[in-house]
Design a protein around this ligand. Structure first.
Ligand code: GLU
Length: 471
């Protein structure tokens, strides 16, 4: 059975990189009819943030990534909060100490700081020097009664470890590069490294799919599996997400929280599709994939090794594609979340909304674009528009248009085209000189929503009064 997990630390919000990790884990599990678990890695009490877990769960929910087991969906592996699993880690660490694979370390923070500074000054890789590695059992037990201690992993002094990563291929790391990792902190809580391995084992995780930043920790994790006599899962380390200057994606260069993107009017489906293609591609030119299609196509083999640039322009394009792809009905429902309906004519809201659909990039742009419909007074600011509206040819078009509209009982988008044909025939004016005067007279602008929708939205009387001001 394939079992994957997303194991975020609740530090405040869901990072877009985190969502990509969650998505890949979800896709891989679903593709293989497996299970996808959400586990909250909250053992670092100093980083605890009120409301962070709820935030995380809400973000996953709002993009439609559902987990099979996790907070609120418990099974025999529960609880899914690491802070509530301390007795499980304690048992395993006792075993590690007993077997001589871990040891208590009584070094003070001051000593460790000094050691670190010395190593950095000597241009050495900072690493614990093993001072407490060979304390006798008696001394260790005795000092444990009165001194603070951590528990460290005993990393072999020579040799190294070779492993296969599903993305990176064969990786070899020498133990000389690996420090005796702290497994239990002075506050009695485990570090990520211990808790992560113990949980992955007990939760029967078959595939660990996570960010590349954890690759260098893998030797420690594999040692833990070996020391505890467990079979390690398979690993896939995902390439970094990058800013456009190819530095690691950071808050300083733009938004990184999923909720920020959703609040900006990106559709969850578009954001997921965009993230899916950041670091993975199914081959071929197709770029728009529903979640179901992603599940069918996904494979670990097609994940890239190199980092992927988080290109907001591409996200904009994709969001536009998703808006266009929506049925009008779903689009209206979505659009209404972003507007103040009270400002629009009640019976014509859909006409106004529909006019924006062909060119809309983000849902947040709607309210601003609806100004075309809601403003009753406007000034013409564009120089070219000012010129056009003052010409004789414009006056002729507007007058003819006004007369023809007056003859109708009602003015719909369909009537508009036949009227314009008649105006063209009667005045001999065509092309831009025919259409632009109508747009400018009705809206004050050279560009904007679909003209037939604008015409229908305003209706007969308002068309006449608006164009009437200019001839
Ligand atoms: N808690 C780790 C994180 O937030 C999880 C890493 C892993 O998936 O092993 O990145």
């Amino acid at each position: 059975m394939i079992v994957t997990r997303f194991a975020p630390s609740p530090t405040g919000y869901l990072h877009v990189g985190g969502l990509r990790t969650a998505l890949y884990n979800y896709l891989y599990a679903k593709k293989n009819e497996g299970k996808f678990i959400l586990r909250i890695e909250d053992t670092d009490q100093t980083r605890y943030q009120e409301g962070a877990v709820e935030n995380l769960m809400n973000s996953l929910k709002s993009v439609g990534i559902e987990y099979d087991f996790g907070p609120g969906k418990e099974d025999e592996n529960a609880p899914y909060f690491q802070s509530k699993r301390n007795n499980i880690y304690k048992k395993e660490v006792d075993k590690l100490i007993q077997d001589g694979n871990a040891y208590r370390c009584f070094c003070t923070p001051e000593r460790l700081k000094e050691l670190h500074e010395k190593q950095v000054a000597n241009k050495e890789d900072p690493k614990y020097d093993g001072k407490c590695r060979n304390l006798s059992q008696e001394e260790s037990d005795e000092r444990a009664k009165s001194e603070n201690f951590t528990v460290r992993l005993k990393v072999p002094e020579t040799g190294g470890i070779t492993f296969k990563d599903k993305v990176r291929g064969k990786v070899k790391i020498d133990y000389s590069e690996v420090s005796d990792q702290i497994l239990i902190k002075t506050d009695g809580f485990p570090t990520y490294h211990l808790a992560n391995v113990v949980d992955d084992h007990y939760m029967k995780i078959s595939h660990v799919i996570r960010g590349e930043e954890w690759l260098s920790s893998l030797p420690k994790h594999l040692l833990l599996y070996r020391y505890l006599g467990w079979k390690a899962p398979k690993f896939a380390h995902l390439p970094l997400l990058l800013n456009s200057d190819r530095s690691k994606l950071s808050k300083r260069q733009g938004d990184v929280a999923v909720e920020d993107y959703l609040n900006k009017g990106y559709l969850p489906s578009a954001l997921l599709n965009f993230l899916a293609l950041l670091g993975w591609n199914p081959g071929g030119k197709k770029e728009i994939f529903s979640l179901e299609e992603l599940v069918n196509e996904f494979s670990l083999e097609r994940i890239n090794k190199s980092g992927s640039v988080f290109d907001v322009k591409k996200l904009d394009w994709m969001n536009g594609q998703y808006i266009r792809k929506m049925s009008d009905e779903s689009y209206f429902v979505e659009a209404k979340k972003w507007i103040d309906e009270s400002k629009l004519k009640k019976d014509k809201i859909h006409i106004a909304l529909k006019s924006l659909k062909p060119r809309l990039v983000k849902m947040t742009d709607i309210q601003e674009k609806l100004k075309t419909f809601t403003q009753t007074e406007f000034e013409i600011n564009d120089e070219e528009a000012k010129k056009i509206i003052g010409t004789d040819s414009t006056k002729i078009v507007l007058k003819s248009y006004s007369e023809k509209v007056s003859d109708l009982d009602e003015l719909t988008a369909n009537d508009f085209y036949s009227i314009m044909k008649k105006v063209q025939n009667d005045t001999g004016i065509k092309g831009k000189d025919l259409w632009m005067p109508i747009r400018i007279a009705l809206t004050g602008e050279m560009h904007g929503p679909e003209l037939d929708c604008i015409v229908e939205y305003f209706g007969k009387e308002e068309n006449i009064s608006r164009v009437g001001k200019f001839f």
